[in-house]
Design a protein around this ligand. Sequence first.
Ligand SMILES: [Fe+2]
Length: 324
Amino acid sequence: MGSLGEPSLTFKPLHPTFGAAVEGVDFSKPVPAEVLEEIKKGADRFGVLVFRGAHLNNETHIDFSKSLGDPNLYDVSAHIKAGRKMRFPEQPEIFDVSNVDDKGNIVTDADPARKEGNKGNFLWHADMVYNPRRALYSLLRAVELPPKGSGGETQYLDSRTAYDELPQDLKDEIEPLITNNSLMHNRKLGSPEFFKHIEPLDQPMARYKLVAPHEGSGRKNLYMTTYAHHLDGKTWEESKILFDRLWDHLIQEKYILTIYWDNNGDMVMWDNTAVLHRATSTGSYGEKYVRDMRRTTTKDNSAYSWGENDPNDPWEAGISQKRP
Ligand SMILES: [Fe+2]
């Protein structure tokens, strides 16, 4: 709200049911509390907010993200121990989702684990569903984009509206179900050959209700992602029958919004508890052009933040992960 209580931001819808471009935020200085409230309300309603020309740097990106919630921290030491060079070891809030290494070289087959692991991001997901405390907002900013027309769009899926439009008998069937979620399951789906020796069941899984209430809007969300390995009480094979049926429903064109990254400095913020997203295939830029994208993520603070997991037994999926 402005000083007289009127809204100070403009939300321009990008799709009939979700997504909006936000105008009126001045990112050149700390965003005032009343503007933050408008942004959060906008995120509750639209799920995906696009801020063109935000021009944040790592510091202001982290500050803005922290003003929206507790940051998720990247496990820098585990990655360094595993031999990976980090571009921002002093800023664990920054998730480096670029295709460049610490020397600015484009990631190629020389780092197959990273290249193959990234393929999981081309599958529909919400960030951090594989951890016992789920994520709320992700904020992805474009630092250096490949030439226009060479691919790299980000797609979003309105999983709340998709839930609303399920047939009632299917809604009733899935209401009590709980998914078991694994980062490595998604990685295997993305690159089956490369990760064929990894068994997701050897690692802990995060459990969440398949139908999750969305506090900010009072709606329900179909919290179905490619991290979902199996349902409580069912095997992977048995679960897959229902999962495939839900995917057939979810991936209808009418639920999908494609965001084109226009210019360096653009930022997109989304609510992981209300929408799904995916990276699109690298198109022609692949190993040819730098695509420097950086993300921060906030932890969920809602009543459903820990899902069906024990808040007293926190762990995080990752390369140092061991089964408890
Ligand atoms: Fe993601």
